[in-house]
Design a protein around this ligand. Structure first.
Ligand code: SF4
Length: 268
């Protein structure tokens, strides 16, 4: 049997028995929503892998692409959910493969009426263990940044693009972000902050559909009527402390909008 026929056969069988695999019969796009699938010859494809029709080959390598969009009907409608209801939904959520390896979900924390909201990419090991966002070394730096801006952690709100830890701290895949995004969008809607600060390239990509954090950090964008600015992720600042100065300048721009007076850099 040709390799692609084996894949298709396997997917059809799996799709019939699992809600976590979606096969578009026409385009032969394959969406693994929960677990990787194994086929013969020990080839496996991770979550969200798409096998484009044009790349179907009789033998040898099969080119793969990341899937960009999940079926809309698969997304949760959070429009009427409260924080508490969303928390319950998330605790039991198995919409994407990240549910398999999580210890705890990480909903987010802080003041539900915060004027300032930070959005990162997803929980790391410490966050997964504790069920809280930004509690590891990056979190300690973020807390310092928040304090330097004239706030306490509990004054602001901190959330992530995905609520479950991606394995090995990799960035969330597009389908994982898409499945999880309705929760974050509802959080933003409820909190309705004056300013959102995106921490790093991942929230920049998934919330604003933009790339190039090193070029466009510090620029203002509009996100559903909320002033939004991107800066560097604290983990990146720990790896490259030279970027702390431009990051602080980004934060100062946010402080100006929020009516907070900037301190000299040396105090931070
Ligand atoms: S990351 Fe989000 S969508 Fe995926 S299982 Fe966790 S809560 Fe559900």
């Amino acid at each position: 049997m040709k390799l692609i026929d084996e894949i298709t056969q396997l997917i059809k069988e799996e799709a019939g028995s699992s809600k976590h695999i979606y096969l578009d019969n026409e385009t032969k796009e394959v969406f693994f929503l929960k677990q990787s699938a194994k086929i013969s010859q020990d080839r496996s494809f991770d979550d969200g892998v798409k096998i484009p029709k044009s790349s179907h080959k009789e033998s040898g390598d099969v080119d793969i692409m990341r899937k960009q969009h999940v079926p809309k009907e698969s997304l949760i409608n959070c429009s009427n959910l409260s924080f508490e209801q969303m928390q319950n939904e998330i605790n039991n959520c198995k919409r994407c493969g990240l549910c398999d390896s999580r210890t705890n979900t990480v909903f987010g924390e802080g003041n539900p009426k915060a004027e300032l909201m930070f959005i990162g990419e997803g929980p790391g090991r410490d966050e997964d263990e504790q069920g809280r966002p930004f509690v590891g070394k990056s979190g300690q730096l973020l807390t310092k940044m928040i304090n330097a801006m004239g706030y306490q952690r509990e004054d602001v709100y901190i959330a992530n693009i995905v609520k479950c830890r991606p394995p090995n701290n990799r960035a969330p895949l597009p389908n994982e972000a898409e499945f999880c995004l309705p929760f974050l969008l509802r959080q933003i809607e409820i909190i309705n902050p004056k300013v959102i600060i995106l921490l790093g390239a991942v929230p920049l990509k998934y919330l604003l559909n933009k790339t190039g954090i090193t070029k466009i950090h510090g620029e203002w964008f509009d996100f559903n009527g909320i002033k939004t600015i991107a800066s560097f992720h604290p983990a990146f600042l720990l790896r490259d402390p030279r970027q702390k100065k431009p990051a602080w300048e980004d934060l100062q721009k946010a402080m100006k909008v929020l009516g907070k007076s900037a301190k000299p850099l040396s105090e931070n």
